[in-house]
Design a protein around this ligand. Structure first.
Ligand SMILES: *Cc1c(COP(=O)(O)O)cnc(C)c1O
Length: 371
């Protein structure tokens, strides 16, 4: 017989450090177990109205925040379909930014990639030069490259983009929103999106996005926006506190509880906790290296994500081997991604984890790397 327990002892939390999906608190998981409601009735409107302010706060916006019942890639597709016309410049420095580029190509856009090596970040200067060379109508960027742990300076990149006429900035902030201050309005991020299963520490299945006025104006001029990911449909739905199609109602219950938890902690303290966890990893890597273990952070100082760390392994150790040994000790992290699979490991220190839980993980990682 299979037992499904809604509540596990809280002490089990703090062992699952994948950079997505991230660990979900038992009470947030349990919040999903409520009766269904219709998606055109008053109950859903009240629910959507209730979650709106919390979502606006974490996106740094006064605008409507779209709730898409899809994974984050769905809204990457929305960004391309609705906000790019013909010529896209994709800033590529890892697997997810390459995916953004591929999505643009798959939609028939003419795409040029501005590539820097995996592990490096993009600079406003180089972007400015590239923008001067071609006539692009949209730029794609990933704020926190989950494959490399690199944080791109999105505010500066946005400035460079907006010095040009009629160019939109499309931002994947999947491992950003909820783990660091994102300022969609102040930085004029024309479209910015995230997913539920990363720094928001919800189950997978929802994506969230915000479009600035310029993005909506652009969408109105684009004929083949499709149906499911049409941002104008999201916009029209939200004006009535509705979603265009049946939303993942159970996930909305979990979202409501998680937003209340974020509010109780305060977003500022949540971002501080993430910054502290990242700093703890950097310090530990340095300590290990001083002891001759030969570890290093892939991303240079100043370009490191507060939510995910990619650590270069010493000669003779591989990502799959180290993660397997850690698993034997009851802890889950990820090997490197794609071309970095063997040479690195990745720790997702985001969502609801604490420095104390991270310390426990690092203690065991130390046991694996320096027995
Ligand atoms: C996880 C991730 C995605 C893809 O999200 P899905 O929810 O799997 O579609 C895209 N971009 C980044 C930066 C990610 O970390």
């Amino acid at each position: 017989m299979t037992h499904v327990t809604a509540r596990e002892p809280a002490t089990d939390f703090g062992r699952f450090f994948l950079p997505g999906p991230t660990e979900v608190r038992p009470e947030v998981l349990a919040a999903q177990a409520r009766p269904m409601i219709g998606h055109r009735g008053t109950a859903i409107k009240e629910l959507i109205a209730e979650i709106e302010p919390g979502l606006q706060r974490i996106f740094g916006t006064c605008r409507p925040v779209y709730v898409s019942s899809s994974s984050a890639t769905g809204l990457m597709e929305a960004a391309i379909r609705c906000c790019s016309r013909e010529r896209v410049l994709s800033l590529v420095n890892g697997a997810f930014s390459a995916r953004f580029q591929e999505i643009a190509s798959a939609h028939g856009r003419t795409v040029e990639a501005l590539e820097v090596p995996w592990g490096r970040g993009h600079t406003a200067d180089i972007l400015d030069t590239a923008l001067g060379r071609g006539s692009y109508d949209a730029v794609t960027v990933v704020q926190s490259e989950t494959s490399t742990g690199v944080l791109n300076p999105v505010a500066e990149l946005a400035e460079a983009v907006h010095r040009r006429d009629d160019v939109l900035l499309l931002v994947d902030s999947v491992t950003g929103v909820g783990g660091m201050a994102v300022e969609a309005d102040r930085c004029q991020l024309d479209f910015v999106l995230t997913g539920s299963q990363k720094a928001l520490a919800l189950p997978p299945g929802l994506a969230f996005g915000v479009a600035q006025e310029a993005a909506l104006r652009r969408a109105e001029t684009i004929p083949n926006r499709g149906t499911y990911f049409d941002i104008l449909a999201f916009e029209a739905g939200l004006a009535k506190h509705q979603t265009p199609n049946t939303p993942a109602v159970s996930l909305l219950y979990a979202l409501r509880m998680q937003l209340a938890r974020i509010e109780a902690e305060t977003p500022a303290m949540r971002y501080r906790r993430h910054a502290d966890m990242a700093a703890r990893v950097w310090q530990w890597v340095e300590e290990m290296d001083d002891r001759g273990i030969g570890l290093s952070m892939l991303a240079p100082e100043g370009y490191r994500s507060p939510t995910v760390s990619c650590i270069c392994l010493p000669e003779g150790r591989t990502g799959p081997e180290v993660t397997a040994r850690l698993k034997d000790r009851g802890f889950t992290i990820a090997p490197g991604y794609g071309q970095l699979k063997d040479t690195t490991i990745r720790i997702g220190h985001m969502g609801d984890h604490t420095v104390a839980e991270l310390d426990e993980l690092l203690h065991h990682l130390e046991g694996v790397l320096a027995p």
